[in-house]
Design a protein around this ligand. Sequence first.
Ligand code: F0G
Length: 443
Amino acid sequence: MRCISCGANPDSAAQDFRCTACGDLLEFFFPGWTYDSPTSDPAALKSLWLNRRTSSAALDQSGVWRFRELLPHIPNLEEHAITLREGNTPLYSLPRCARVAGVDNLYAKHQGMNPTASFKDTGMTFAASSAHHAGFRWVACASTGNTSASMAAYAARGNMHSLVLIPEGKISWGKLSQSLDYGALTCQLCTDFDGCVTILNQLVRQKPVYLLNSVNPYRIEGQKTAAIELMEQLAWEPPDHIIVPGGNLGNSSAIGKALLEMRELKLISRLPKLSIIQAQGANPFYRSVREFGGKKLEPMTADTQATAIRIGNPASWKKAQRVLEATCGEVEQVTEVEIAAAKAEIGADGIGCEPASAVTLAGLKKLRRSGFIKPGESVVLILTGHLLKDPDFTIKFHRGDLFAGTPEQSRSAAARHLQRAPVELDANLSSVIAALEAAERNS
Ligand code: F0G
């Protein structure tokens, strides 16, 4: 491991995964990737990973551990690995969304198709396994809902206890219900995500509890594999653009790290541009890049109905800034109405996702309008969570209630054509036929 700011190389990480010299984040780097190591032959690696698809061993079936040559070593892996066969997520084409956005080739890598229905599982399998190897009884995280659902599941599988700190009233019921069912000690705190993080950081310095937020560099390593799997699905031909949502900025950092490492290892010959999209009400990174050239970040009080990314003080902003620069990507912000419309459009392609994931399509539309993305370029959206994570948002949108009483109410007319409210009818055949015929006339 090394510190991203001062370059210190600690032998082991402190409880809060911060550099003991300067307090910044740590990352894994791989000085052993030289020409006599197993990573030196890209073609051999590609065929090894492909062959593992036919194996019946749990680690080979996992879409994370299948790529273990590019991950840090965990001793006695067979004993400590906790896997739910995460990864292996589909890459879908999005033909209708492509037309709406004005691009020829648009794909979605759906990380919501993981075992707990979000991208968090790819990082969690790796970091929870490292907690198990280190002998911890308790693991903990602060969360907007998906990290906690994932952590609770992996802790349960690994016979560890889990402690969840979530902002009271600001996470979806679907996510809360997961951590309850997986047996976590779930604490709802009357603060926001950033307040939960502050308390958790104090806690891990006092109690032998293993921190599973994305400041933990093992999380980032596991999350890297989504990009490796994506390149494999594209026959190692990188797309022109990859677009990710930005919250705490761990995911964008992980995907960017994977792209840079894959190029270093000659697994790919060029870098896609990695762009990061934030909700306008939770845009500290957007402002950091646009106002301060990415040199500093001013924390803010965040607000958005895309509660997964309701984050005002993102921990991994420096890592994200680095990969944005290295891949020549762009940062954008999108409004609440743009998010809701994009989510319904992704749904209409038969795919669906949770609100935070839909910022990617909303961002793509803006990046097309600005000319940053050209019509003939290929684009992959990273959809981070499943449609069923936040059914309240979806139902309110289709019923026309999502923006009632909010500042966006007047602007929400722009998304009305996408609403499909349920039709309440008398229980007889003729009313159903009339509804069918009316729908046919309007289609
Ligand atoms: N999309 C979804 C569905 C998320 O749950 C999150 C983050 C993000 C995007 C943003 O990813 O933080 O790596 O930039 N959710 C965290 C959580 C914070 O606690 O579940 P990021």
